[in-house]
Design a protein around this ligand. Structure first.
Ligand SMILES: [Zn+2]
Length: 586
């Protein structure tokens, strides 16, 4: 079920982003843009900007950005489809009857094919769990305390040991080899034949946020290595952007306004069986920022319950700052007896787990305990080391009142004067601010011609084709300061789609995103005219040739010093050629 392909595009072009944002943020007009206090971070002077015609918002304070749909998704905590419906409604666009849509682009077609393949595979693994070959796995599942309902709910399965059982089935179902290979479920032999990636393994299907199977995890049953094998990254699946069981848990998470995050598949299943259904697993080492953003969509509190081994503790420490940055309230659950959640539930029962959960301390209490474990407080140096362990996390707490209360508490526990903490914190905050104030590239450093071309690409539909063909013929883009922005825009133009700032920003680094926003929101820039394109492209070419000439000059000097006359003659010839080209551009 899906809405027609171009419906979202239509809604976006009709909806007034400033009006919809303005329903929850007080916006003031500033030139062509609107500005207001950012709803995603705390601030006193407005750095949140909204551009009506470019359909884009950007916060110069915290880097929050996106289009009208993302704004609704993040402020109202709904998924894309729901955001689309809400925006359509507010913009007065009637919502067409939902129908299965024909995938449009080759990329979408491939993803749809891969989704079908995963559906067939999931069904295959599930059925194989009932086969004679899987008898010992069924026994293992029973011994591990996984209930039959959970086996169904989590779609657990078995990958048989025969080398190509799944590959053969997929071919029999009519999938072509070139469709099957990118799924990552098979590996191509040197002879060209396909073998299954998962063989003789216990299978855990991994679903997307919307409930489609997009990958699998496979636990070894014999001594095979690795113990846990995952699908590789595919067009359908990115490990760092996926949380295991998010689809199954999201309603419970929303209702409880709290998510429990554990490490592995078995932990998630065990905790779920203990009656705590708002649980997801990160299924990797540490949490990624994408995953913590995903959680922040559904809840404002997260309980981190990683393994008590050293890797798990390190992962907890790293995950904390990401979660705090998303403004989440974080608590840390460390289970007694050095048990992971799966073992704990099996040995101590569901009630004991729920009780432990209720008593999980807030993150800073956990941090102080960790700091004292690591460094102690027996000497002034030890106290300082403990303090330095805690401070970086403290700086991630957005609210200053909460921060100052935490400082007092930490001071008492580490046994230092709270004035010492305040001073150390201010120093740390200071050096952090300095780091932030030195951006990698600033708009002032971008050649004017480059900035103008980008503005034309963004604003002037008529100029796009011409710029596209001029730049395509040269290799100027690679040498541009904003090469990533320009090539992203040219890619969209080549694909025949309207340049979309949200999609573009997602492909850029943070300094580049900021630059793009500065270009898009620049207020006092004069209007650019179509007829200036040649001038700008020539200016960039001159700049490049000038650079080449400089380096050539250096090489000529070197060759002269070395007495290499043949090389000098050659290089001088090159220089004449460059000068001729430069002359043509004047
Ligand atoms: Zn912000």
């Amino acid at each position: 079920m899906a809405l027609p392909q171009d419906f979202a595009q239509h809604v976006k072009s009709v909806a007034d982003i400033a009006r919809i944002v303005g329903e929850s943020v007080r916006l003031k007009k500033a030139g062509n843009n609107w500005v207001g206090l950012c709803p995603f971070h705390q601030e006193k002077t407005p750095s949140f900007s909204v551009h009506s015609t470019k359909q884009f918002y950007y916060c110069f304070g915290c880097g929050a950005k996106g289009d009208v749909f993302r704004f609704v998704m993040e402020t109202e905590r709904v998924d894309f489809l729901e955001a689309l419906k809400r925006v359509a409604q507010r913009a007065g666009v009637p919502i067409p009857a939902e129908r299965p849509s024909a995938p449009a682009t080759p990329e979408q077609r491939q993803r749809a094919k891969l989704a079908e393949i995963h559906e067939v595979a999931a069904e295959f693994f599930r059925k194989q769990l009932q086969s004679a070959e899987a008898a010992s796995l069924r026994e293992l599942i029973r011994k591990r305390g996984v209930k039959p309902e959970s086996t169904d709910e989590f779609g657990l399965g078995y990958a048989p040991s025969g080398p190509s059982a799944l590959a053969n089935l997929l071919k029999k179902e009519g999938f072509k080899q070139e469709d099957i290979e990118p799924s990552g479920l098979v590996i191509r032999r040197e002879s060209g034949g396909l073998v299954d990636r998962f063989r003789n393994r216990w299978i855990f299907p991994i679903k997307s946020e919307s409930g489609k199977v997009i990958a699998f995890g496979g636990r070894a049953l014999g001594d095979d290595q690795p113990k846990y094998l995952n699908s590789p990254e595919t067009p359908l699946y990115s490990k760092s952007r996926t949380l295991y069981n998010l689809y199954g848990a999201r309603e419970a998470i929303r209702k409880a306004n709290r998510a429990i995050i554990v490490e592995g598949y078995m932990d998630a299943i065990a905790v779920h069986q203990a009656g705590v259904t708002n649980v997801v697993a990160s299924c990797g080492t540490a949490l990624t920022s994408w995953q913590s953003r995903l959680l922040a969509k559904y809840a404002s509190e997260v309980v981190v319950n990683y393994d008590p081994d050293s890797a798990g503790v390190a992962a907890t420490d790293r995950s904390l700052s990401l979660l705090l940055e998303e403004g989440l309230t974080v608590r840390v659950l460390r289970l007694t007896g050095g048990l992971d959640p799966d073992l704990f539930v099996r040995e101590k029962g569901a009630k004991a787990y729920q009780a432990a959960l209720d008593e999980a301390p807030p993150f800073f209490q956990y941090l102080v305990v960790r700091a004292l474990e690591l460094h102690g407080k027996s000497t002034p140096e030890a106290k300082l080391a403990s303090l330095n362990f805690v401070l970086p996390y403290l700086s991630k707490v957005p609210n200053s009142l909460i921060r100052s209360e935490l400082m007092a508490d930490i001071a008492q526990k580490i046994d230092v004067n709270s004035g010492v903490i305040r001073e150390a914190f201010q120093k740390a905050a200071m050096s952090q601010r300095e780091a932030i104030q030195a951006p990698a590239v600033s708009l002032a450093k971008i050649p004017a011609a480059e900035a103008m071309l980008i503005r034309l690409l963004l604003e002037d539909a008529a100029a796009r084709e011409e710029i596209h063909s001029l730049l395509e013929r040269s290799d100027l883009v690679e040498e541009m300061e904003c090469g990533a922005i320009v090539s992203g825009l040219l890619g969209m133009i080549a694909a025949g789609v309207e340049p979309d700032l949200t999609a573009l920003a997602d492909r850029l680094t943070e300094p580049q995103q900021r630059l793009l926003a500065e270009l898009a929101f620049s207020k006092d820039a004069r209007p650019v005219s179509h007829s200036e394109i040649d001038t700008y492209v020539h200016a960039l070419e001159r700049r490049r040739l000038g650079r080449q000439r400089d380096s050539l000059k250096r090489r000529i000097l070197d060759a002269q010093k070395a007495g290499n006359h043949t090389l000098v003659v050659e290089l001088l010839q090159e220089q004449r050629e460059l000068d001729r080209k430069l002359g043509e551009l004047l």
